[in-house]
Design a protein around this ligand. Sequence first.
Ligand SMILES: [Zn+2]
Length: 248
Amino acid sequence: MEKKSNQQYRKNSRAPFDRRKHGEMSYAEKREADKVDKLSSWVPKTKLGKLVKAKKITNIDEVIEKYKILESEIVDLLIKLKEDILNIGQAKGKFGGGKRRIWRQTQKKTKEGNVATFSTMVVVGDENGHVGLGYGRAKETLPAREKSLKKAKLNIIKIERGCGSFDCACSESHTVPLKVEGKCGSTRVILTPAPQGTGLAIGDELKKILKLAGITDVYGKTFGHKRTTLNLAKACMIALKKTTQFEK
Ligand SMILES: [Zn+2]
């Protein structure tokens, strides 16, 4: 057998393995297929779940208005969601530490030693007026994330959008319809309507929420201990919810 030169051998071994050439799905496709599979094999337990599965209810607004959602698959079936994770925790240790992380790590002191708990905050939305925020905790990182994702879907709310800006006065729904305020703990968030092209003039964590809610322009103002992302995010959701409390 002819011996391959070193260079040739390297060249061959580094060629990327194309799954599609071998009649397999790419990883992204596989993940998507898994999701669809899970949804189609889902057996609903609640009355609402059965109605949605049988396609007797197809409108998410009707569900939010009349029912309490107890199964996250209901929301998955009705709208296409995007998700994002807020930085609620921080890295510990030397060299400054304090770097923002998505896992919030807390400890409980016991006789046997310190027991750590992880928690995360996930925001979901369809970028079209529906948004949900979920907080979950577990002994490991990944279950905490799954829990919060599920809770975010259960907590989904409808928000009202419009153009409440005096400088713009168009008829598109790109900002909040009126000035709204939310409060959680010492943290206060005020959202003011802004003309088109302003962008989201607000902190990065709240940007994630507003983007998934489908708001593109807003002037934000925050007061209090706003480093507590947990309370900041909750206050923002309370403010967003208030957009539906006023009749046109
Ligand atoms: Zn406008």
